[in-house]
Design a protein around this ligand. Structure first.
Ligand code: MRU
Length: 351
């Protein structure tokens, strides 16, 4: 696959009829790659966040079904149960994580192929085609939204980001990462400030790894430092990703995003959200969004080391919700969407 910009990091890809991924849990210390055609293994990788980030989990789920179909074709005994086995695999992947819309968006595309009246050979080719399209479209969308977003970035800007919405959260290139990369590759000398992003540390482990690898200057802060850094004027812009954007423009993203949006509004700096249209769920209202609550041990421990009493009750919400009036614009592959979001998101998604 050829793209307008160099693709230096891939999070999820297709190789030897399998889905392959870099295990983001091991970064930045070890670069471990796994490949599988077993949907159970891929589901485990998504639940345990070896693969994470809204677009990446959608792409991985689609490739997992395609690779499983290829595997099933090899064994004649599964022929008459082919569709049912694939539908069960879709269900398994559907239930891995509840918040990111891209997972459901990708699995709906894959399910519409499973539902076609085709023989297993023809259906498998169509599934592989569709899954590869989902992967390629993700990279192309990131490049396009990167180009739109880079127009909003000035030379020498310092951009605050939260969580990883870079190459490691997508098939490649990233959403926030796409904007940062296009700005950097076209000569804008920008700097990044990333929160560490407790408890999974996507900022400290993943943003630091992926941007410093390309020589893009990046500084690490604790999550609780974000408002102060904004207040001190160390940041000109905030750009974050999204797991789901509702019809009215509520942005569901990594826990901590809302607080940063409030601080950005208070100090009059733009708060941008970068997301492909596959993250926008025009059918959803903010009340329908399921906020994932993860294992309390993620909070009780840091890198597997206990930091508190073992039985202490904790809240471990993985995501929060930012109101549309705190969002300056949503940067998509079809263009930059400004308020009123309800009207303008509907126009852009249907474009
Ligand atoms: O829990 P994670 O690591 O999957 O959460 C990821 C985020 O919140 C990202 O900001 C979002 O998925 C956008 S990724 C392009």
């Amino acid at each position: 696959m050829e793209f307008r910009y160099p693709i230096k990091i891939r999070a999820v890809w297709w190789e030897g009829n399998k889905v392959c991924w870099i295990d983001t849990r091991k970064l930045p210390f070890r670069e471990e790659i796994y490949c599988s055609n077993d949907p159970l293994r891929v589901a485990k990788a998504i639940i345990e966040m070896e693969i994470r980030g809204a677009p990446a989990i959608g792409v991985a789920a689609a490739l997992a079904i395609a690779s499983y179909a290829k595997e099933l074709l090899e064994d004649n005994t599964y022929r008459d149960k082919f569709d049912n086995i694939l539908k069960n695999a879709v269900k398994l992947l559907w239930e891995t994580r509840p918040t990111a819309y891209n997972l459901f968006w990708a699995l709906k595309r894959i399910s519409s192929i499973i539902d076609l009246e085709l023989d297993p050979h023809e259906k498998t080719s169509r599934l592989v085609e569709e899954a590869l399209d989902i992967m390629r479209e993700d990279i192309e969308a990131n490049i396009k939204l990167g180009e739109y977003g880079a127009e909003l970035i000035d030379h020498e800007d310092t951009i605050l980001t939260h969580c990883n919405a870079g190459a490691l959260a997508t098939a490649a290139f990233g959403t926030v990462g796409g904007i940062i990369r296009v700005a950097w590759y076209t000569g804008k000398k920008i700097k990044i400030i990333t929160t560490e992003t407790r408890p999974v540390l996507q900022g400290a482990r993943l943003n630091v790894w992926e941007y410093s690898r390309e020589g893009i200057p990046i500084t690490l802060i604790t999550d609780s430092m974000a408002a102060f850094v904004i207040r001190k004027g160390l940041v000109n812009k905030v750009i974050v990703g999204a797991d789901r954007i509702t019809r009215k423009g509520y942005v569901v993203n990594k826990i901590g995003t809302y607080g940063i949006a409030l601080a950005a509004k208070r100090h009059n700096i733009p708060f941008y959200v970068a997301a492909p249209t596959s993250t926008i769920d025009l059918g959803s209202s903010v009340d329908d969004v399921v906020i994932e609550e993860r294992n309390p041990d993620e909070i009780r421990k840091v890198m597997d080391k206990p930091i508190t009493l073992p039985e202490i009750p904790v809240y471990n919400y993985a995501f929060d919700i930012t109101d549309p009036d705190l969002v300056t614009a949503i940067i998509t592959e079809k263009g930059v969407v400004y308020p009123p979001f309800e009207e303008n998101l509907a126009k852009i998604v249907k474009k």
